[in-house]
Design a protein around this ligand. Structure first.
Ligand SMILES: [Zn+2]
Ligand SMILES: [Zn+2]
Length: 211
């Protein structure tokens, strides 16, 4: 039996892994093509998202673009056989967590993670990002540099609206984009290629695509 102090730690760690994978893979790699991931990293990201969120990648990208389909992302054999079955992923993820932490600890950590991901982090990113915060560029979105530290950089939403194809969401010294740190680490070991140009504070703030 694992002691109960591990439960909040595991829940926060899981939510962080899920939000980082969402930002780096679903958002930056698939929706905006600002990075291209190696096939091994591609599989790892999909497995992590399947186990921690049960999300369908094509659905996520389509919703982000306000369309019904993401026609540029083909459904492959793994999508059909494994990753499109979100509830199986979540059940398997919960089972693995219970095996590692113990039954109740696993169930509670998994539930807290789900609440954090769905009801805390997502509304903070989407709601606050169009409601309150700082602005570097003139558009309808706002930055929350403090929140960005726990939302994988996603709360630098004003910067993202100005530079949708930038793989890096921070532009000022006090803004920190955790995903960019991981992106550079993965690029250094050849698991990812950075294709978009990192945004800077100077330069046109003209949107070059959809946010
Ligand atoms: Zn976007
Ligand atoms: Zn937005």
């Amino acid at each position: 039996m694992t002691s109960f102090w591990i439960v909040p730690l595991a829940a926060v760690a899981l939510a962080q892994v899920a939000v980082l994978a969402t930002s780096m893979y679903l958002h930056r790699a698939l929706a905006h093509r600002s990075v291209v991931v190696h096939p091994a990293a591609n599989l790892l990201f999909r497995a992590v998202l399947w186990l921690t969120t049960g999300q369908d990648r094509r659905e996520w990208v389509a919703v982000h673009r306000f369309r019904r389909f993401a026609s540029d992302i083909r459904e492959d054999r793994l999508d059909r056989a494994v990753f499109s079955r979100g509830s199986i992923g979540l059940a398997l993820g919960a089972t693995l967590l219970c095996l590692v932490l113990g039954l109740w600890q696993g169930l509670i950590a998994g539930s807290v993670h789900a609440v954090l991901y769905v009801f805390v982090l997502a509304p903070l990113i989407n709601g606050l990002g169009h409601w309150r915060g700082a602005q570097n560029f003139s558009n309808t979105a706002y930055n929350s540099p403090v929140l960005a530290r726990v939302t994988a950089g996603e709360s630098l939403h004003n910067n993202h609206h100005a530079h949708p194809r930038s793989p890096k969401f921070s532009v000022r010294w006090f803004e920190f984009d955790p995903s960019w740190l991981v992106i550079r680490a993965l690029a250094a070991v050849g698991l990812l290629v950075i294709t978009g140009t990192p945004a800077t504070l100077v330069g046109s703030g003209a949107p070059s695509g959809e946010p």
